[in-house]
Design a binder for this molecule. Structure first.
Ligand SMILES: [Zn+2]
Length: 708
């Protein structure tokens, strides 16, 4: 039942809204009551981010395909922001802006994978935790792994999606929406109010592989089918919360982190350009008592946190870049869309292409590149007509605005080639002369618009690799390396493809050559170190890694590799220190527990090993490395039946777990050669000879003996 608004409030609203459209008065007067400051204090917060979500797949944003009935209902009962913008079309930087209300120029996270959110930055999670909320995060992709720093402020950070690989991998490590929502639902069921649950659903991200029934239902739009799956999954959660009466006590946010190009402007996925296809995102805000409305002005990711904290009557951390939209939703203040900064720097950081930055303001978008662009977003939402040379005054104003936002920001650099690291690399024989690996000055040939075919070639090669068409993928990567000798990413991709197909020495040689020519960013050096460990070049790996973690003390993967290297060199105390550092940075690193376990095994500390390996197994019950290690520990302790059981589980969980396969075959051979034969046979046929040459010979010899 709407209560009558107080007179003073009405008067204030009347003044502020003088220019607003007629006919909104009734809603407005009611809304003043329902969205007064403090109206939602103490409510729970269900915060859903959907990865790679284009507004045009939602019915509430105009789709006719019927993909999103649940989100549409939520939108019709809540606030739907028609023109919400991301600041970066990439997952980790976008989420960092959402949760800190800072631009990437301020929070410093410009790319996935190699940046970590600074521990000094307050986030929505730290703020709500500080206000007494129980906090839980349920994330769907490795890109948001705890090691990248968004885990601060969460009592529970569920990023368990199987074994984590820190090195470059083409396989997107992800968990399906239903698994994440189930985990979130369990936590919500036990949480005491007020709680804050962040649910991150990664499904619409490429590759588009929806569940079969949805693929059949929407055969011409597999991307849309993934969106439909996410909608159905969320619908169940919302229904359950509604049935149990908890929805009324909960503010619900559904927000895209960035969009997807789907071929627009020649871009296949996202991250290279910053057109509306990847910057514009859906944003739905729902709360019982909040007036349903469509807010059509431009709003930004940085506005999300201040709006929520304002609604919940909690103080804002300072400084922030966004503003609360509450007074505009109530009509207390008249909205004037502020400038919205954006950037897409991944190609600059990883391939040395021209940096892309820009700003949306005054209804227009300015993109700063060697060939600059200016679009009228109202008249030309598809951004087809570049007005940069026509609207020179506006272009100048927006350039000044962009300069103003970027002013004072730290220069964005791909792992600065600091003197110490270079010295260390030189000492290791990598640098014969100082080389400038980055161009620094960029022209039209470095403009992403001229290079989009290269960006698409990466996507294509990645897809081919995923389909097992390895040689075709390698050929494409080789071509990219030839065309882009300054691209760290090209070298890493090719090296990874070579390594995965057993050409480990070639992978090492390729990366070493890149380092000699001056590439020294963290991701490339990290990958080289990992492969040096593979080929047994321990001292060399240690040399690089020590320099790396000195330069970047929060680089979890570097500490992990260093721990492995020290362990193999018998420097157990050093190894342990490094691996414990990994767990400080990433408490759910199954890999670190596995390595601590194998370290304990190599020192003969069986109980300690079993304890570490069980921790790894608790994080990932299918972790075949942990299962193999547990088999080994029990064999050492003389409990062969138990050892055999673990090795069987390891092989079932991962047919490529050849260490366990060989261990299992040997153990069985002792008791019953006949049982061992099929395992020996499989090992001899399938294990990669580069790594298991001697073991394969031994298996063959045993097979001959058993055969006779
Ligand atoms: Zn994303």
């Amino acid at each position: 039942m709407p209560r009558l608004p107080s007179r003073t409030r009405l008067a204030v609203a009347g003044v502020a809204l003088a220019a607003a459209v007629a006919g909104a008065a009734l809603w407005r007067s009611r809304s003043l009551q329902s969205v007064a400051p403090g109206a939602f204090a103490g409510r729970n917060l269900l915060f859903v981010t959907i990865d790679t979500l284009r507004p045009d797949r939602l019915g509430s944003y105009g789709s006719k395909a019927g993909l999103t009935p649940h989100l549409d209902r939520l939108a019709s009962e809540g606030v739907r922001f028609e023109h919400a913008l991301a600041h970066v079309p990439l997952t980790l930087p976008a989420h960092t802006s959402i949760f800190t209300s800072l631009h990437p120029t301020e929070h410093g996270v410009h790319d996935n994978g190699t940046f970590r959110v600074r521990a000094s930055l307050p986030t929505l999670a730290t703020t709500l935790q500080g206000a007494g909320y129980q906090t839980g995060a349920f994330v769907g992709s490795f890109v948001l792994d705890a090691r990248f720093g968004l885990n601060r402020g969460f009592d529970v950070y569920d990023d368990f999606y199987g074994e984590k690989r820190g090195v470059l991998s083409f396989a997107q490590l992800e968990r399906r929406a239903d698994a994440i929502v189930a985990s979130a639902e369990r936590w919500i069921g036990e949480a005491r109010a007020p709680w804050f649950a962040w649910v991150h659903l990664f499904d619409p991200h490429a590759p588009y592989r929806p569940p079969p029934e949805l693929a059949r239902k929407f055969p011409n739009d597999l991307y849309g089918a993934e969106v439909a799956f996410v909608d159905a999954t969320l619908g169940e959660l919302l229904d359950k919360l509604s049935t149990s009466g908890r929805l009324r006590e909960t503010i619900v946010v559904v927000l895209g982190d960035h969009g997807e190009s789907l071929g627009e402007h020649g871009e296949r996925t996202h991250g290279t350009f910053a057109y509306e296809s990847t910057l514009r995102v859906p944003w739905i805000l729902w709360a019982d008592g909040l007036r349903p409305q469509v807010f059509s002005e431009t709003v930004r990711h940085v506005d999300v946190m201040p709006t929520l904290l304002d609604l919940m009557s909690l103080p804002l951390p300072a400084p922030i870049a966004g503003q609360s939209l509450r007074p505009y939703l109530t009509g207390e203040l008249r909205y004037e869309a502020p400038a919205s900064y954006f950037e897409a720097l991944n190609p600059h950081l990883t391939r040395d292409w021209a940096p892309l930055t820009g700003v949306v303001h005054e209804g227009h978008k300015l993109i700063r590149l060697p060939t600059p662009e200016l679009y009228d977003l109202a008249l030309d939402p598809m951004e087809k007509e570049n007005l940069y040379r026509q609207k020179t005054g506006l272009a100048r104003r927006l350039t000044e605005t962009l300069d103003g936002i970027s002013a004072g920001a730290d220069a964005v650099a791909a792992a600065p080639p600091d003197r110490e690291t270079l010295e260390k690399l030189r000492a290791l024989g990598y640098l014969t002369a100082p080389v400038e690996s980055r161009k620094g000055e960029y022209d039209e040939t470095d403009d992403p618009k001229s290079l989009i075919d290269v960006a698409n070639a990466y996507d294509e090669a990645t897809e081919l690799f995923g389909e097992g068409r390895v040689e075709e993928a390698v050929a494409i990567f080789e071509d990219i390396v030839r065309r882009q000798p300054r691209s760290s990413e090209a070298h890493q991709s090719l090296a990874y493809a070579l390594h995965q197909t057993g050409r480990v020495a070639e992978a090492v040689a390729l990366l070493e050559d890149a380092v000699r020519r001056g590439l020294s960013d963290t991701a490339l050096l990290g990958l080289l170190s990992a492969y040096l460990l593979d080929v047994g070049e321990l001292e060399k790996a240690v040399g690089i890694l020590e320099a790396l973690v000195q330069r970047e003390p929060d680089y979890a993967e570097g500490h992990n590799y260093l721990g492995i290297a020290y362990g193999r060199l018998g420097r157990f105390a050093d190894a342990r220190r490094e691996l414990e550092r990994v767990l400080e940075l990433d408490p759910s690193s199954a890999s670190a527990y596995n390595n601590l376990g194998s370290l304990a095994l190599s020192q003969g500390k069986l109980d300690e090993a079993v304890s570490h390996l069980n921790r790894a197994l608790a994080i990932d019950p299918a972790d075949s490395t942990a299962l193999n290690g547990l088999g080994f520990a029990h064999a050492r302790a003389g409990d062969m039946p138990k050892a055999i059981d673990y090795w069987r589980r390891a092989v079932e969980s991962d047919p490529q777990q050849f260490d366990a396969l060989f261990n299992l075959a040997l153990a069985l051979a002792d008791a019953s050669p006949r049982e061992a034969v099929p395992y020996l046979d499989r090992f001899a046929r399938e294990a990669p000879p580069q790594r298991y040459g001697a073991d394969i010979e031994r298996a063959k010899a045993m097979l001959r003996t058993f055969g006779s």
